[in-house]
Design a binder for this molecule. Structure first.
Ligand code: NI
Length: 152
């Protein structure tokens, strides 16, 4: 088994807050990340595909194809956006790196043409990163103007 990784970059803003909590609770938990109008990150996304090299090409996956998939499915939709408001597939989700990584996985998994998606690694900064290997997890999606919520 070999592991092939494509790295890409995007810049986006977000605000971390739980709409079912009071301002005081949000401030206590999310602190500066709860800034009303958000704050920005230069994200680095690494997507790894695992598989065996095709005998005719030597590729586990053509990295140009992987690049194009990530660009089309993810980067074009999140780059220079506010993740709380501008991105359909993140609506209602607290946009932590954890939750974003799970959503990205769910989008990409079925789109990988050869090999299998192995990991989604999302760097929010040089020092903070989240890695997801696809084990089942539940993340909460707030719906109906935050009046109720469901697990996705
Ligand atoms: Ni942040």
């Amino acid at each position: 088994m070999l592991y092939v990784t494509r790295r890409c970059h995007f810049s986006a803003s977000h605000r971390l807050y739980n709409p079912e909590w009071t301002d005081e609770q949000n401030d206590a938990v999310f602190d500066k990340c709860n800034n009303l109008y958000g704050h920005g990150h230069n994200y680095v996304l690494e997507v790894t595909v695992a598989g065996h090299p095709d005998p005719e090409t030597g590729y586990v996956i053509d990295l140009k194809k992987l690049r194009d998939i990530i660009e089309k499915e993810i980067v074009e939709k999140v780059d220079h956006k506010h993740l709380n408001y501008d991105v359909d597939f993140l609506q209602g989700i607290i946009p932590t790196a954890e939750n974003i990584a799970v959503v990205f996985w769910n989008i990409l998994e079925s789109k990988i043409p050869s090999g299998k998606l192995y990991s989604v690694k999302l760097f929010e900064s040089d020092n903070n990163l989240v890695e997801y290997f696809g084990e089942p997890v539940s993340i909460k999606r707030f719906v109906s103007n935050y009046a109720s919520a469901e697990l996705v």
